[in-house]
Design a protein around this ligand. Sequence first.
Ligand code: AMP
Length: 187
Amino acid sequence: MRLIILGGPGSGKGTQLAVIQKPLGVVGISVGDILREAIANNTFLGTKAQPYFAKGELVPDDLMVQLIRLGLLQPHLEAGWILEGYPRTTVQAEELDFVLDDFNHCVDYAIYLEVSPAIMLERSLRRSRSDDTPEIIHRRINNFQAQIPPILEYYGSRGKLLPFDGTAAPSVISQQILSHVALRREV
Ligand code: AMP
């Protein structure tokens, strides 16, 4: 099973990733966290990504596509994965499909955690990550609002979009996701 989790800052993507990976028997991958670690360790990727990350802007697609191409080839991911924070542009969505196509794989579902910009702001301001300054948070929310419509359209038109109310309790959302994905898996 190969899933992606879409949602704005503070929509609960990381929380759901942590909960659903085990019951689904797949590996959770947080692209934002991979970038945070790469920046902290000053890797090639980290130094390239840092100026964009620091401003709350998207890291350029060519760099992200390379990261995904290499990242998803790892043997421990053969049984499946859940990708959080990718794709964030339609180019990234298309490239993901190209990469998977080479291995006769595909994205099974795109989980979308829907919350209003006001809730994104409130939740992001409440968490204490060092890169969550008000200015960066605002930029991330604005960018998300601008970029998400064509991505929803991309997965929606392929019958892969599973939207959930991201304001429900985290445990309720996890249950909803798991039952939808498991039900559809049996069809
Ligand atoms: P996140 O932890 O998912 O909110 O991501 C933090 C930051 O990492 C974003 O503001 C971007 O600068 C960068 N980033 C994460 N995922 C992507 C992506 N798929 N494409 C471009 N930049 C990304």
